[in-house]
Design a protein. Structure first.
Length: 67
């Protein structure tokens, strides 16, 4: 089954889980970037946190995150 085909409680559960995953990854990236900034270290590439993948999944299901 594709994300786009989910309905009802299944869709709700997936949306809630993806939103939680997005918030967790965003928080982790913010912490890393802050620590790097404060310590004068080079920041890692943003794509290592997988935010884009979660955003894409949420868009596919019709529930893109608001930043």
């Amino acid at each position: 089954m594709q994300l786009e085909e989910l309905t009802g409680d299944e869709r709700t559960l997936v949306v809630v889980a993806l939103q939680a995953l997005f918030r967790e990854r965003l928080s982790a990236s913010n912490v890393v970037f802050t620590v790097c900034s404060l310590s004068g270290k080079e920041q890692p590439p943003e794509d290592i946190f997988g935010l884009r993948e979660v955003e894409d999944a949420l868009r596919r299901i019709g529930a893109a995150p608001a930043r």
